[in-house]
Design a protein around this ligand. Structure first.
Ligand code: V47
Length: 366
């Protein structure tokens, strides 16, 4: 374990000192502490604090996975204002992937396929199961991380099944874990204003709790950089921490920076400073989460690399091709090669570790 003496961190923002003392004593941070972290301009001290906690948890390792994202359709019955990806029947950008197209994007060297898409107005639960079955049959070694809580809830409604029944059918089709999307911001105010036809926090937590009870690990996200307040960001993280105490099962937390595109929700993407504060705050508040992801697709490669010294311990993966952020005009590449991820991690002074979807380490690049 790496240790840092108190005097190793020079504080220009004196308000951070009591927070740092708590960190050193291993005490849990509270809402006020979280707000102090999000409001600080003392980025150097903040980064050191978050990196200290990151090292205490996972030493100098930063993880990544050889993965491919599949967004099988963008047809969606919802109308969330932050989403440029969703389409209605007849829209020029509406699409549905065939099984052949999906399989054509996969190869046996991948460890994970991450599947998430729209709530298609016509597809049946069987159609979604067929996607997993088809992948699992063709590539049995690729682990399937699929469907947000919103989709699981949708399957339950269209198939008239309970959540445990839906998840059991998904397990039979090859599902191994759930991604963390659909969480957005657990604030009723934000939900009313930006995604009022989508499930709220209670149902999101219910689906994840059932998944965890049934042995499916999952992730959790936060969509930030739009109309949410710092208080709402912090409350979101604290609520996740509480759930992880009660029913553990979250593998990683992923702050998602809004890609404004044509959403009209923000004039510009959150700044790099804002991104780094959010990642660091998450690392320091979420003491029971093993990993904070630096999602390069939405942060951009540069900020994502810097975030590896602000508490992040995971870069997600090669991705292959992602459409949700890119329909909202994300400037990042569509996919990155393994070598690129390794060099981004090395350049940050960390040790690259290739993992599978469940964080089993495959190769350490010393
Ligand atoms: O739930 C939609 C978000 C999420 C935009 O679990 C947007 O490992 C930014 O959940 N700008 C889906 N974000 C993606 C997701 C995810 C991503 C990476 C890793 C994992 C994981 C999960 O994307 C949605 C929504 O919150 N989203 N539109 C946008 N314009």
């Amino acid at each position: 374990m790496t240790t840092i003496a108190v005097e190793d961190v020079v504080f220009h923002d004196q308000a951070l000192i009591p927070v740092w003392e708590k960190v050193l004593e291993g005490k849990r941070l509270d809402r006020q502490d979280g707000l102090g972290l999000l409001n600080t301009w003392d980025l150097t001290a903040l980064g050191k604090m978050a990196d200290f906690v990151k090292r205490r948890k996972n030493d100098a390792f930063v993880y990544f996975v050889m993965n491919q994202q599949i967004n099988p359709t963008n047809l969606c019955v919802l109308d969330c204002s932050f989403c440029d990806f969703a389409a209605k029947p007849g829209d020029a950008h509406a699409y549905e992937m065939t099984m052949e197209e999906i399989l054509g994007k996969l190869s046996a060297e991948l460890s994970e396929v991450h599947i998430v898409g729209g709530l298609h107005p016509k597809w049946k639960f069987e159609d979604y199961l067929d996607i997993m079955r088809g992948i699992h049959e063709a590539f049995p070694t690729i682990q399937i991380k699929a469907w947000t809580a919103v989709e699981i809830d949708w399957f339950a409604r269209i198939a008239r099944l309970s959540i445990p029944e839906v998840l059991e059918r998904c397990r039979e089709a090859g599902l191994q874990s759930l991604p963390g999307g659909g969480a957005e911001v657990f604030s009723e105010r934000v939900r009313e204003a930006t995604f009022k036809h989508k499930m709220g926090a209670e149902r999101w937590f219910e689906v994840h709790r059932i998944a965890h009870e049934m042995g499916f690990p999952s992730n959790a996200t936060l969509l930030y950089g739009h109309i949410e307040t710092y208080e709402e960001r912090v409350d979101h993280m604290i609520r996740l921490r509480q759930e992880q105490d009660e029913q553990p099962g979250f593998l990683s937390f992923i702050p998602l920076a809004l890609q404004p595109g044509n959403t009209g929700l923000a004039d510009r993407q959150a700044s790099a400073i804002e991104d780094l504060r959010t990642v660091a705050c998450a690392r320091l508040l979420l003491d029971n989460f093993e990993h904070i992801k630096s999602y390069w697709v939405m942060l951009g490669e540069e900020t994502a690399s810097v975030a590896l010294n602000f508490g992040a311990s995971d870069l997600d993966g090669t991705i292959g091709e992602e459409r949700i952020a890119h329909y909202a005009q994300a400037k990042s590449a569509l996919g990155l090669a393994r070598d690129k991820l390794v060099s981004m991690i090395r350049e940050s002074g960390k040790i690259p570790a290739e993992r599978d979807a469940l964080y089993n380490v495959k190769t350490v690049f010393n």
